[in-house]
Design a protein around this ligand. Structure first.
Ligand code: AP5
Length: 218
């Protein structure tokens, strides 16, 4: 008999550390890290129609329409490597996406098992996003809090790091507003399911990981 798959949803505002933690947690638990932001950016660098469409929303700090995003996640979670489950980062982001995810996982015989909600105040989010450096393969650094060994160079493959287009101060402010308007209702949604756990995201990266793993392994 197949072991039941595990699905973890990382929830929190832009810059809370969802991507940073999702990568570590997925590796630690033998799950796949599925980031909708990374999937859109991958499509953009491959110049697909989906990438072009997504970019028209992402550069403004707006959400990509639900139907497009849901279809992309459905395809990704249906792949072979997700059989044991996934750590979802950046999805769901609206109540409609949360409903679609629940229906999809039910079809797979699973459910959302845990929602670590990484809580960080707005001033810290802005500081984190303005100092974030990314590698083309999606590794995340911070100029001060998580610097690479050599400035602007990826530790793993030696390629040059870059700053995300949507990390400009005016876009960041709008992304935070969009989060409060469209995504924060999911806190109540998952709280009422009894699967949301609040995590203090202002701590050092290792400590945040420790707190998430404690609840994930409980
Ligand atoms: P996405 O890529 O998902 O961006 P986001 O949710 O805005 O989140 P971020 O990636 O900005 O932050 P994060 O929480 O992952 O923080 P990180 O770990 O990098 O989405 C981008 C866009 O795509 C959206 O705006 C939208 O247009 C579109 N999109 C994506 N999903 C969608 C969906 N479901 N529906 C519709 N549209 C969608 O950390 C940030 C920085 O802080 C890093 O530099 C890191 O090193 C540092 N850091 C992390 N943790 C700590 C710590 N504990 N202490 C100090 N520094 C830390």
């Amino acid at each position: 008999m197949n072991e039941k798959a595990t699905y973890i949803v990382m929830l929190g505002p832009p810059g809370a550390g969802k991507g940073t933690q999702a990568k570590i947690i997925a590796e630690e638990l033998g799950l796949v890290h599925v980031s909708t932001g990374d999937l859109f950016r991958e499509n953009l660098s491959n110049e697909t129609e989906l990438g072009k469409l997504a970019a028209s929303f992402m550069t403004k700090g707006e959400l990509v329409p639900d139907d497009v995003t849901i279809a992309m996640v459905e395809e990704r979670l249906g792949r072979e490597d997700c059989q044991k489950g996934a750590v979802l980062d950046g999805f769901p982001r609206t109540p409609a996406q949360a409903e679609a995810l629940a229906a999809l996982l039910e079809r797979f015989g699973g459910q959302v098992d845990l929602v670590p909600f990484i809580k960080v105040p707005n001033e810290t989010l802005i500081e984190r996003l303005s100092g974030r450096w990314m590698s083309k393969s999606g590794r995340v650094y911070h100029a001060l809090y998580n610097p690479p060994k050599v400035r602007w160079i990826d530790d793993v493959d030696g390629t040059e790091l870059y700053q995300r287009e949507d990390d400009k101060p005016e876009t960041v402010a709008h992304r935070i507003d969009v989060y409060y308007e469209q995504t924060s209702p999911l806190i109540e949604y998952y709280l009422s399911d009894g699967i949301l756990v609040e995590i203090d995201g202002t701590q050092e990266i290792d400590k945040v990981t420790e707190d998430i793993l404690k609840v994930a392994k409980a």
